[in-house]
Design a protein around this ligand. Structure first.
Ligand code: NAD
Length: 460
């Protein structure tokens, strides 16, 4: 049998190989999971103190390796330096947080009806199978793996083929600080991912909607707990009293930085008001997008780096023709692009119909669509008009209409006068509709997901 070679390249200089490894054949995944099962029993039996100590050691090693991992992320996924530093800072805080949460109560006592004792407690599921995308190659694996470990599980991670170097670097740090086989990385594509989903006791997936749906079905078919975080077509609802310049700048950053490659990126801007207001906002947004510097992500002034692949770059390059065929306009003027790398100029698009795929489907690139609404109610209907529901931004001055809109919006996360991107790491993270399935990630919500609850009655 031929073994598939997985090669991760630098999207800024595509001939440069960042990491390469053989894919683990599906038949071997079960062996890794069995080893993890053995390691999990000792991890749980060791007790909370030793688990917290090991996780604290890991958090320290992670912090010590910040610069190395930042450089690796910049090279492997083209993440602008400033954002890669932000991701690492977040990852270290997540590691500190869950090292402490290992010591948190695992349940509580209830008043018994018949004397004696009545309590419930959380216990680990066993082995957590984690399948991750490439765009947050350090933070996403960790915000899944660390609560799973804190709750007493072992972890097997299948990272995206485009970020295997970052995942292997994490595995090395775990090897230095935690028991063998407790956290393993399996390299591969869809086949390896499917085999992992079929072998573990709890599944957490982040990635595209199409793959997420198959993961939910496979896990549910054998009644395995599963959560999936998927795409979004996140809207920014700009109310009539929002300050044009500052709001446009915030939305430009949330939509276009890191070339729009975040699940929480602003994809659509719904401007509430008359034609003059719409035109003024579209102009300000276009100017704000033009001001975001595009280029080599190693440079600290760069906000927009390359796309992850030639395929995504080509999809963005095809947008202007699609817009023209749908009667819309591209408002941005392209600036010269670097000779090498998967770069595409950011696009602000106006006037496409609501049925346009640019409105309804996630492109995962630097494209923002401007839509118009005559009043707030129509604006909310537009913002809510896709099957996704990850995050919605609402912008304005007067608290009354802001709160009213916030109450009517059904997204899992609602940001008022804040970018749609970025949520505090200790708060629940997740969406509604086609954006998410199952329990929320992050914070204390994640500990519940990675645990089963047992209710114990001890009669007197
Ligand atoms: P993807 O769906 O192509 O891949 C995600 C992971 O699933 C990869 O590890 C891939 O190898 C694996 N996989 C592919 N087929 C599989 C199968 N049949 N069974 C099991 N695993 C399989 O996604 P991507 O391109 O790596 O990432 C981009 C997507 O991730 C975007 O849609 C983005 O919105 C989403 N995303 C969502 C969040 C969130 O929290 N909601 C965060 C980041 C990214």
């Amino acid at each position: 049998m031929n073994t598939m070679r997985v090669v991760s390249t630098n999207p800024t200089r595509p001939t440069e190989i960042v990491a390469a490894a053989d894919a683990l054949p599906a038949a071997r995944v079960e062996v890794v999971v069995q080893r993890a099962r053995v390691a999990q029993r000792s991890w749980w039996d060791a007790g909370a103190g030793p688990r917290s100590d090991a996780m604290t050691r890991f958090a320290q090693r992670l912090a010590e390796n910040t610069e190395r991992l930042v450089d690796l992320m910049v090279a492997e996924v083209g993440k602008p330096l400033i954002e890669a530093r932000g991701e690492m800072a977040r990852a270290v805080k997540i590691a500190d947080f869950y090292a402490q949460q290992t010591l948190a109560p695992v349940g509580y006592a209830h008043p018994p009806s018949l004397g004696g004792l009545l309590w419930h407690e959380r216990r680990p599921h066993g082995v957590a199978g984690i399948v991750t995308p490439w765009n947050f190659p350090i933070a996403i694996p960790l915000w899944k793996a660390l609560p799973a470990l804190a709750a007493g599980n072992a972890v097997v991670l299948k990272p995206s083929p485009d970020s295997i170097g970052s995942a292997q670097a994490l595995a090395d740090l775990v090897r230095d600080t935690m028991p063998a086989d407790l956290f393993s990385v399996v390299v591969g594509g869809a086949e390896t991912g499917r085999a992992l989903v079929d072998a573990v006791d709890v599944v957490s997936f982040t990635g595209s909607e199409a793959v997420g749906r198959t993961v939910v079905q496979a896990a549910a078919a054998r009644m395995c707990p599963v959560q999936t975080e998927m795409g979004g077509q996140n809207a920014a609802l700009v109310l009539p009293d929002a300050d044009i310049e500052s709001t446009a700048a915030m939305i430009a950053g949330a939509g276009i930085a890191f070339a729009g490659q975040k699940c929480t990126a602003t994809r659509r801007v719904v401007v509430v008001g008359d034609d003059a207001r719409h035109a003024a906002f579209a102009d300000a947004l276009t100017a704000a997008v033009h001001s975001l510097e595009l280029g080599d992500p190693r440079d600290a002034s760069i906000k927009v780096g390359p796309l992850i692949s030639a395929r995504t770059r080509d999809a963005v390059l095809a947008v202007p023709d699609l817009v023209a065929s749908e009667g819309g306009r591209v408002l941005t003027t392209p600036s010269p692009l670097p000779d090498e790398g998967w770069f595409a100029a950011p696009l602000v698009v106006d006037g496409v119909p609501f049925e346009s795929s640019l409105v309804t489907e996630e492109l995962f690139g630097p494209v923002v669509v401007v839509q118009r609404a005559t009043d707030a109610q129509a604006g909310i209907a537009l913002a809510e008009g896709t099957r996704f529901g990850l995050v919605t931004g609402i912008y304005g001055r007067d608290a009354g209409p802001l709160l009213d809109a916030a109450r009517r919006v059904g997204a899992g996360m609602i940001k008022i006068n804040a970018p749609t991107t970025g949520v505090d790491y200790y708060a629940p993270f997740g969406g509604e509709g086609a954006s998410s399935y199952g329990a929320r990630e992050q914070g204390l919500a994640a500990l519940d997901f990675y645990s089963s609850t047992h209710t114990i009655t001890f009669a007197s």
